[in-house]
Ligand binder design. Structure first.
Ligand code: SF4
Ligand code: SF4
Length: 363
C-alpha cells in the first residue's frame, strides 16, 4: 500500500468567475503539484458535472497514463434505465480519454437505491468490464447503515474495495456511522477509500467552539486536523480530499506528503472537537447537491441550509438578504410540496422536509 495517503477528489474543482465553468488551468496546476509530491489517485464520477471533461484536459492529455490512477463511478437510480446505466462507463471513458479506469465504483449505495444495482445485474456487469480491460478494480461507494453494508459485503465477497464517508464529525453519527462501517470493511478484509474527510468543507471552517479548541493548539489548518484524523486509521487505500484551489492543494500536501498519524494528545483534541460538535445545532449538510437535481420546485436546499447555519450572530437584515439572494428565481423553503424526492437522495439522511419547515422563518 502506498505511504502517500492523499487522493485528489474531483467533485469540487475550482470554478471560473461565472461560478459554473471549471477552471481547467487551475485544476492542471493542482494536478501537477499533486503528482510532483508523490500523489497518484484521482477520483471523478459520471455525475460530477464537468469533472470528467476537466480531468481529461488537466491530467490525461498532459501526463503519461501510468503516472496516475483514475477512478470513476456508475450511478443507478430511478431517473435512468438499465441500458443507460450500463452505458455510463462508455461516456465516462470518452469524456476522460483515459482508455480504462484503475478503479470503478457502483456509486452511492444506500437503502433507497441498492436494489437497482442488484436487480439490474450491475455487480456482474462490473466483473465483465474488468474482464474486458475497461477497468482494473471494482468497488462501491456507500452511504447506508452498517446492517446494509454487512449484507452487501456478504453477498458480494469479490468486491475489491469500499468507499466510505469518514470524518471526526461523523465518527459516531448514527446517520453516517463512520466508525462502524470502517470496522465492518476491515472485518471483511476490504481496503477503504475515504470520502468527505472534511465533511464537504465544514471541518475546514468549523463552528466557533471547534475553532477555539484547535486555535489553542496552534498546530496546522483546521482541514489538517480533519485529514490527519482520518489518515491515522488502519486499512485505507486513500483519503480523498475534494480540493478547490491551488491554496488548498498546497495546504493538504504540506501535512500529507510526510504524513504523521495523530499522537495521543492530538486524539484527545479531536475528542474535544467531537463533544463541541455534539453540542451544536447546525444542519450537517455537505452541499453535495444530490437532493436538488430532482426537486420539482427547484428549491436550493443546501444554500438555504447554509443561510440558516450562518444566521447565528448575524444581524437579521443580513440573513434575510442572503436568503433572498439564494432563492431569487428559484423555489423558497415554503414552496416545498413534501414529495420526499430529496430525502431519498440525501447521503447524509437529513430530514430535509422538516428542516425546510424550520427555514421558512427566514422568509
Ligand atoms: S420534498 Fe420539497 S424540497 Fe424535497 S424534492 Fe420535494 S419539493 Fe423539493
Ligand atoms: S441536503 Fe443532503 S443531499 Fe442535499 S446538499 Fe445537503 S447533504 Fe447533500
Amino acid at each position: 500500500m502506498s505511504k502517500f495517503k492523499l487522493g485528489f477528489g474531483l467533485m469540487r474543482l475550482p470554478r471560473l468567475a461565472d461560478g459554473q465553468t471549471i477552471d481547467v488551468e487551475q485544476t492542471a496546476k493542482m494536478a501537477d503539484m499533486f503528482l510532483e509530491a508523490g500523489g497518484t489517485y484521482f477520483d471523478t464520477a459520471y455525475v460530477y458535472q464537468g469533472s470528467e471533461d476537466a480531468i481529461r484536459k488537466a491530467l490525461v492529455e498532459r501526463h503519461p497514463r501510468d503516472s496516475y490512477t483514475l477512478a470513476s463511478k456508475l450511478m443507478a437510480n430511478d431517473s435512468v434505465d438499465v441500458e443507460t446505466a450500463k452505458n455510463e462507463i462508455n461516456i465516462s471513458l470518452e469524456r476522460t480519454g483515459a482508455g480504462y479506469f484503475d478503479y470503478y465504483l457502483l456509486h452511492a449505495l444506500q437503502r433507497s437505491n441498492y436494489k437497482f444495482y442488484e436487480e439490474w445485474g450491475l455487480w456482474d456487469y462490473v466483473k465483465e468490464l474488468k474482464a474486458e480491460g475497461k477497468i482494473k478494480h471494482y468497488g462501491f461507494s456507500f452511504h447506508g447503515d452498517p446492517e446494509l453494508l454487512e449484507e452487501l459485503l456478504t453477498a458480494h465477497p469479490d468486491v475489491e474495495f469500499v468507499q466510505l464517508q469518514i470524518n471526526y464529525a461523523d465518527w459516531e453519527n448514527p446517520g453516517v456511522n463512520s466508525r462502524k462501517n470502517l470496522e465492518i470493511c476491515r472485518a471483511h478484509g476490504k481496503l477503504v477509500t475515504v470520502m468527505e474527510p472534511v465533511k464537504g468543507g465544514i471541518l475546514a471552517d468549523p463552528i466557533d467552539s471547534v475553532k477555539a479548541i484547535l486555535d489553542a493548539e496552534n498546530n496546522g489548518s483546521y482541514a489538517s486536523w480533519a485529514l490527519r484524523f482520518v489518515a491515522s486509521q488502519e486499512g485505507l487505500l486513500t483519503v480523498l480530499s475534494g480540493m478547490s484551489s491551488v491554496e488548498q492543494m498546497a495546504d493538504n500536501l504540506s501535512f500529507m506528503k510526510d504524513f504523521k498519524p495523530l499522537n495521543d494528545h492530538e486524539q484527545e483534541v479531536i475528542k474535544a472537537c467531537q463533544r463541541a460538535l455534539d453540542a451544536d445545532q447546525s444542519i450537517p449538510c455537505t452541499a453535495c447537491h444530490y437532493c436538488t437535481e430532482g426537486c420539482p420546485m427547484n428549491i436550493p436546499i443546501p444554500e438555504i441550509f447554509a443561510v440558516e447555519n450562518r444566521k447565528k450572530g448575524s444581524p437579521e437584515f443580513r440573513t434575510k438578504r442572503e436568503y433572498t439572494i439564494v432563492t431569487t428565481g428559484r423555489g423558497k423553503a415554503s414552496d416545498c410540496i413534501q414529495c420526499g424526492q430529496c430525502e431519498a437522495a440525501c447521503p447524509q439522511h437529513l430530514p430535509i422536509i422538516e428542516l425546510l419547515e424550520k427555514c421558512r422563518a427566514l422568509e
